[in-house]
Design a protein. Structure first.
Length: 318
């Protein structure tokens, strides 16, 4: 279960003004004026679908909890092999609200593979930020094949679709107790920050995955602080007060285009030195099952084949 105590957002101090609190959530309640649940079957390759249900997201004792549940416990085992998930009729008061491709991303049916076996929550903030300091206090889930994430996406794709307008990943991990890809731990004792930028279209792009492994405990046993410090000149990630990565603007407006070693016309030339990381971004709390960082070549191997047509079945029946 992903548990969050606080989200604190401040404007960075200057020589004239001290650091100023601009937005926070102590999670005394699940405030729907601050957060919106994404309701969808997206991403189709993952094993979960997202809904607005208190079994998957709730507030208690001053913390937000995000927890997976099994589709079969609600609808029965037979449903997985012969049923259809329809996010518009399943809960008419909280229908599918994804903003594109509703024809495909509001439902999921069994066929060659079973219907999505996991139910989860994904929350988007109604608040957005451009520059400042962000601090999360969170405890990660201990649950195999679940990937929790705290991240930011642009409010508007000013420079183009992903990854042209950027993505900021403050924390990504897995819920596995012991999980290694080669010599690198990818379990719950390790967290990752990342940035994504490049030409739109979903092809190869620049990213920088910075990992922090806790050798004394793991991130599920107690609460930890994940921090973003974001200015017009740099963007830095910290875990429990230790900086683990910093991207500094290389100089002129649009300079990250050359840093990215992208060829062609500079798509960030109209932005500032940190473009594409110079527009309004909103916050996302999510957990997923399936996909990265779970692979059949890691240890223990993911119980589904990377190129299998029945990944969900292999995962569920393992």
């Amino acid at each position: 279960m992903l548990t969050l105590l606080t989200l604190i957002i401040t404007l960075s101090p200057t020589t004239v003004h001290p650091e100023t609190l601009v937005w926070s959530d102590e999670f005394d309640t699940l405030d729907e004026s601050k957060w919106e649940h994404l309701v969808t079957t997206y991403p189709l390759d993952d094993f979960q679908y997202y809904r607005n249900h208190r079994s998957n997201s709730w507030v208690s004792e001053g913390a937000l909890h995000v927890m997976p549940t099994l589709t079969a416990l609600e609808y029965g085992e037979d449903f997985l092999y012969s049923g259809c998930i329809d996010r518009n009729t399943e809960d008419p008061e909280n229908p599918c609200n994804i903003w594109y491709d509703k024809e495909h991303l509001c439902s999921d049916c069994s066929g060659e593979d079973i219907a999505k076996p996991i139910q989860l929550a994904r929350l988007h903030s109604n608040f957005s930020l451009r520059f400042g300091r962000v601090e999360w206090r969170a405890r990660l889930p201990l649950a195999d094949w679940i990937r929790p994430a705290l991240w930011l996406m642009p409010v508007a794709n000013i420079y183009g679709g992903f990854p042209a307008s950027g993505e900021i990943d403050m924390m990504e991990s897995s819920g596995n107790w012991y999980y290694y890809c080669g010599k690198q731990s990818r379990g719950v004792d390790t967290v990752q920050s990342n940035l994504h930028m490049g030409l739109s279209g979903g092809g190869p792009h620049w990213s920088n995955a910075s990992l922090k492994t806790n050798t004394s405990t793991d991130y599920a046993k107690e609460f930890h602080i994940f921090e973003l410090n974001w200015t017009e000149e740099f963007l830095a990630f910290s875990v429990d007060g230790e900086e683990i990565y910093r991207l500094t603007a290389p100089g002129p407006p649009g300079g990250l285009f050359d840093y990215d070693r992208v060829t062609g016309e500079n798509i960030w030339s109209t932005g500032g030195p940190m473009a594409p990381f110079d527009t309004d971004f909103h916050f996302i709390i999510s957990a997923q099952s399936g996909g990265w960082p779970f692979y059949d070549h890691c240890a223990p191997p993911a119980p589904w084949g990377q190129h299998s047509g029945v990944k969900r079945t292999e995962f569920y029946e393992d």
